[in-house]
Design a protein around this ligand. Structure first.
Ligand code: PEP
Ligand code: MN
Length: 352
């Protein structure tokens, strides 16, 4: 159950509501900065609780959400969440293209990638600065040295940046530099980090854990919303299955399932799902056809020289082909994919 109080409701109301929560609920949580209380209740106390709450002046609205998902659910908010960052709108009619290398390696590498991304209609650059690598001996990212490069390139290109934070220290260091903070698959259930991301108020891109169910993923998002931050973008990036032909199995069905369950925007990362560059484009197209609000794609100016995930990175040429085909799918769906005035017109490509 979600209880909304009037903005200026008196302390007396809050105390009365708190007393009802104490006596009737399994658990309750006041969302910081908002007059919203989320309560975990049993079915048999619901009717009595509703009756008592309705009699209190200052209680504006009571929403019954009996499932585990509360603030992320469509019961709470029927209309889609639309996240506006500067002039970029995520969760609307436009399909948002986010792309760039897996890891930031140099200013030259990022700038070259950024030019290709922009030419193809991308509005958001990606590049990991803090890399959570499977092996402790693999390239761990440029770290703080990379932050200045991020700042410089995004200013020069007039684009936004999404990049991963891996703990509370990197969250606070990177917040002024990144427009969207990415929480990666490995950290999806790092609850203290999720709460801190909630407190930051920054837009958060929350990737699906590699073994997480949709329910667990949405409850991870719930942690962020429960701290008063509803600027959450979900990112499907493939899950672990018995299949070894791909790095992960892209769960396309997650898109329509999530569209039903939640008001949050969903984007798809076909790169970490595929693990192989030749499989990225069809997965990207399928994701958009299935209703994704955008894509997060790895693209490197020279994938063969990449320090991380080169085998799944598109190169500038295949990225251009992928996006020009995508334009036709987007148009057929009655949606939009941005193109900058200086960008070359979409070329028709029969097959890859
Ligand atoms: C990434 O986007 O660079 C990344 C590490 O992704 P994931 O968390 O999905 O593995
Ligand atoms: Mn990667």
């Amino acid at each position: 159950m979600i209880i909304q109080l009037d903005i200026n409701c008196p302390l007396k109301t809050k105390l009365e509501v708190a007393e009802i929560m104490r006596s009737h609920c399994v658990g309750s949580h006041w969302v910081p900065g908002k007059n919203i209380i989320v309560a975990e209740i049993s079915k048999d106390t619901m009717e009595d609780m509703q009756k008592r709450l309705k009699g209190i002046t200052g209680v504006r609205n009571i929403i019954n959400t009996m499932g585990p998902h509360k603030l992320v659910s469509r019961d709470y908010q029927r209309e889609n969440t639309v996240i506006k960052i500067k002039d970029v709108v995520i969760g609307g009619k436009e399909v948002i293209l986010m792309a760039g290398p897996c890891a930031l390696e140099s200013e030259d590498q990022f700038l070259r990638a950024a030019h290709t991304v922009k030419k193809c209609g991308g509005k958001i650059l990606r590049a990991g600065v803090f890399k959570p690598r499977t092996s402790p001996y693999s390239f761990q990212g440029m770290g703080v040295q990379g932050l200045e490069i991020i700042e410089k390139v995004k200013e020069e290109m007039g684009l936004l940046v999404v990049s991963e934070i891996i703990d509370s220290e990197t969250l606070s260091m990177a917040s002024p530099y990144f427009d969207i903070l990415q929480i990666g698959a490995r950290n999806m259930q790092n609850y203290p980090l999720l709460k801190e991301a909630g407190r930051s108020g920054k837009p958060i891109l929350l990737k699906r854990g590699m073994s997480a169910t949709i329910k667990e993923w949405l409850l991870a998002a719930e942690y962020i919303l429960s701290m008063g931050n509803s600027n959450v973008i979900l990112c499907e990036r493939g899950i672990r299955t018995y299949e070894t032909a791909t790095r992960n199995t892209l769960d396309l069905s997650a898109i329509p399932v999530l569209k039903e369950l939640t008001h949050l925007p969903i984007i798809v990362d076909p790169s970490h799902a595929a693990g192989k560059s030749n499989l990225v484009s069809p997965l990207a197209w399928a994701a958009v056809a299935a209703g994704a609000d955008g894509l997060l794609v790895e693209m490197h100016p020279e994938p063969e020289k990449a320090l991380c995930d080169g085998e799944q990175c598109l190169n500038p040429e295949t990225f251009k082909i992928m996006t020009s085909q995508l334009r036709q799918i987007v148009a057929a769906l009655g949606r939009e994919l941005h193109s900058y005035p200086e960008s070359t017109p979409a070329i028709y490509v029969k097959s890859l």
